[in-house]
Design a protein around this ligand. Structure first.
Ligand code: 8X3
Length: 258
């Protein structure tokens, strides 16, 4: 007989990179689904404001300033919990779009640190608590960049392939334990910061990414998908879900109207 997922009520959901974009939208969705949401990010003011907004709306949310690449801080953070129901590894991002011939090794290192080591840090630190919950869920927000390459993307693509491999390997290694490992791989998502960060604040370059694309995905489209996947009955593991806007057929094939 199918086992229903334990109710979200009083279960803790930790979201990294919750200060904006997909992370903030996911924190909102999980709070609405009844989780006690723990918002983490480096930018304290942003997560505190969102936690306050959610609390005022009758949800349960707290903010905890955290740099996912700081292992000592992550370990300290983990001690605050006996059990955790959901961990959403969302923190990460892209830096630069240079070809392999000229890409900055420092950017490559930073992308590996945030997208892969950050996910590793949180997952390792919280895994015992996810197991202790009796129905833990680890979500890795990778990217379509974790499943295929494109020109100018190698540093980010390499890091997101790393995140994908982490998810796939962890699922193999912990099978039999009460923890699901879900990978969500979004394609073109228009958020306030992703492209802007990638291009060092150059708004013109950032806008070009979405130019003529009728409807890129929104952060909330991804958040809704993450929340749906995490709230399936506990025997149902959504291994990998790729989502793109209709206008994007592949990493390199995008329909632009102008
Ligand atoms: C974002 C998708 O196409 O910019 O993760 O690499 S892409």
């Amino acid at each position: 007989m199918a086992t229903a997922a334990p109710s979200a009520a009083s279960r803790i959901a930790v979201v990294t990179g919750a200060s904006s974009g997909i992370g903030a939208a996911t924190a909102r969705r999980l709070a609405e689904a009844g989780y006690r949401v723990v918002l983490t990010a480096r930018r304290k003011d942003r997560i505190e404001a969102l936690a306050e907004e959610l609390t005022k709306a009758g949800h349960s949310a707290v903010a905890y300033q955290l740099d996912v690449t700081d292992r000592a801080a992550v370990d300290e953070f983990a001690t605050a919990f006996k059990t955790v129901g959901v961990l959403v590894n969302n923190a990460g991002g892209a830096l630069g779009a240079d070809p392999v011939a000229t890409g900055d090794p420092a950017d490559w290192r930073t992308m590996y640190e945030t997208n892969v080591i950050g996910t590793l840090n949180l997952t390792q630190a919280l895994l015992p608590r996810l197991v202790a919950s009796g129905d833990g869920v680890v979500v890795v927000v990778s990217s379509t960049a974790g499943h295929g390459t494109y020109e100018g993307g190698a540093g980010y693509v390499a890091a997101k392939h790393g995140a994908h491999v982490l998810a796939e390997t962890l699922r193999l290694e912990i099978v039999g334990q009460p923890v699901r490992v879900i990978e969500i791989a979004p394609g073109m998502v228009k958020t306030e910061e992703f492209a802007l960060t990638r291009f060092g604040g150059d708004t013109e370059k950032a806008e070009k990414v979405y130019q003529g694309v009728a409807e890129p995905l929104t952060a909330d489209d991804v958040a809704e998908t993450i929340t749906w996947a995490a709230t399936r009955p506990s025997h149902v593991n959504v291994d990998l879900l790729v989502l793109r806007p209709r206008a994007q057929a592949s990493n390199t094939k995008v329909h632009r109207e102008s």
